[in-house]
Structures are given as structure tokens and as C-alpha cells.
Design a protein around this ligand. Structure first.
Ligand SMILES: [Zn+2]
Length: 218
């Protein structure tokens, strides 16, 4: 069991190098944040079973962005949980395949209709309240989620932890790096204790310091 912070689980057994998070809501329900590559649903469901959590107790699935390593098991997880799906409205269109995504990085493997497209600044009633911050650059509708009370920032692929060092996700996988820099600077103004990255990391203590140090170099 990988409960890395109270109510924040890093799901075991998902493809190496990807961090799918399972978050406890205020009541008895759960939220899944990103879904891994196609096939990762097997590991996610096994993890839920290990914790004796009914799949239908997962009521919301949040997606940071369209890339296949985040949406690959979205359809399978929605079918297993009957949860509502959430993403930024721009990503929702690409995840539905209308239009198909032609930027860098792997596009979604199958089209999924997002139930609850949100916009920048919306608060999602999950994990004690998550603010959706539109942080474009990596993809057009990339979103980071911020839990104000506990100062948690789920940063998707805005950042990457490479050998313990926080960097921007590399241009190879990023649609527009100058825009990602602006997003990183915006996130550096938040008060962050734990930075929950998707590849590498997470940085559980003083994640905000790491973001500020990086932002100063951009
Ligand atoms: Zn990505």
C-alpha cells in the first residue's frame, strides 16, 4: 500500500514511471487522478481491491491532459467505476477525438466523452476541494489541480523530476515550451507543500521551493 500522504495514494503496480493517484474524498468516496496507459486499469482495480474499496466508491476521475499515458485506461476505469469524468474543456474535445490531436506525445488510444468539462479556476468537489488551474504548454488544455487546505499541487506533466531535479517536461513531448514556462511561473506563486508529479518525484516537502527555483531560471 502506498499511502504517501494522508488520503493520497500512489497506486502500486501501474507502468513504471507513471504516477496514478487515488485520493480520499471528504466522505466515503474516492477520486482517481489520471489513469495510466492502456491496461493500467488491471493494476488500479487490483489496488482498489487490496484496500477493500469498491470500484463504485470511486465517483470522479480527473484527467490532467489528453496524452495516452494519462487517458489510456480512462474508458476502462469509467466502465468499472461508473464515475463521472472531468477534464479541461480543450482537452475534453481532444479526448473525444474531435478534432484528433496532432501535437507531440501520444494521442488518446480511444475516444471518450468527458462528462464534466471544466474551465480555469473551477473548484471540483473532490479530495476536499481541488482548484483546476489551466497550465497550458505541454498540451493546450493541460491542467494542474491544487488542494488549498493542504497545499498539494498535482502538476501532471507540467514538470518532470529527473534524477531528483525538477525540470519542465522536455520540448520533445511538449506542444509549446514558452507557454509551459508561463504556466510554471504561475504555479510558482502558489504556496505548495507537496508537489505530486506524474513522472518522477513526487516532492513531498517544500515542493513550492523547487518550483520557485525552477521558475527563476525560466
Ligand atoms: Zn503528457
Amino acid at each position: 500500500m502506498s499511502e504517501i500522504l494522508p488520503g493520497v495514494h500512489l497506486v502500486d503496480g501501474v507502468d513504471e514511471g507513471t504516477h496514478v493517484y487515488l485520493l480520499k474524498d471528504k466522505g466515503a468516496t474516492w477520486t482517481l487522478l489520471d489513469t495510466g496507459l492502456p491496461g493500467a486499469s488491471t493494476a488500479i482495480l487490483a489496488y482498489l481491491a487490496k484496500l477493500k474499496i469498491e470500484p463504485t466508491s470511486v465517483k470522479k476521475v480527473l484527467v490532467t491532459h489528453l496524452h495516452r499515458d494519462h487517458t489510456g485506461s480512462l474508458k476502462a476505469m469509467l466502465e468499472a467505476t461508473r464515475a463521472r469524468s472531468f477534464s479541461h474543456w480543450i482537452e475534453a474535445a481532444f479526448i473525444a477525438g474531435d478534432p484528433p490531436y496532432d501535437g507531440p506525445g501520444m494521442p488518446p488510444v480511444e475516444s471518450v466523452r468527458i462528462d464534466e468539462p471544466f474551465k480555469d479556476g473551477d473548484t471540483i468537489d473532490a479530495a476536499g476541494g481541488l482548484i483546476a488551474y489551466h497550465t497550458p504548454g505541454h498540451t493546450p488544455g493541460h491542467t494542474s489541480f491544487y488542494q488549498t487546505e493542504r497545499k498539494l499541487l498535482f502538476s501532471g506533466d507540467l514538470f518532470f523530476v529527473d534524477d531528483g531535479k525538477l525540470i519542465l517536461t522536455t520540448p520533445e513531448y511538449t506542444q509549446h515550451t514558452p507557454t509551459a514556462k508561463i504556466s510554471a511561473r504561475r504555479m510558482s506563486r502558489l504556496s505548495v507543500e507537496s508537489l505530486l508529479t506524474y513522472h518522477g518525484g513526487p516532492i513531498l516537502k517544500n515542493g513550492g521551493g523547487a518550483v520557485r527555483r525552477l521558475a527563476e531560471t525560466l
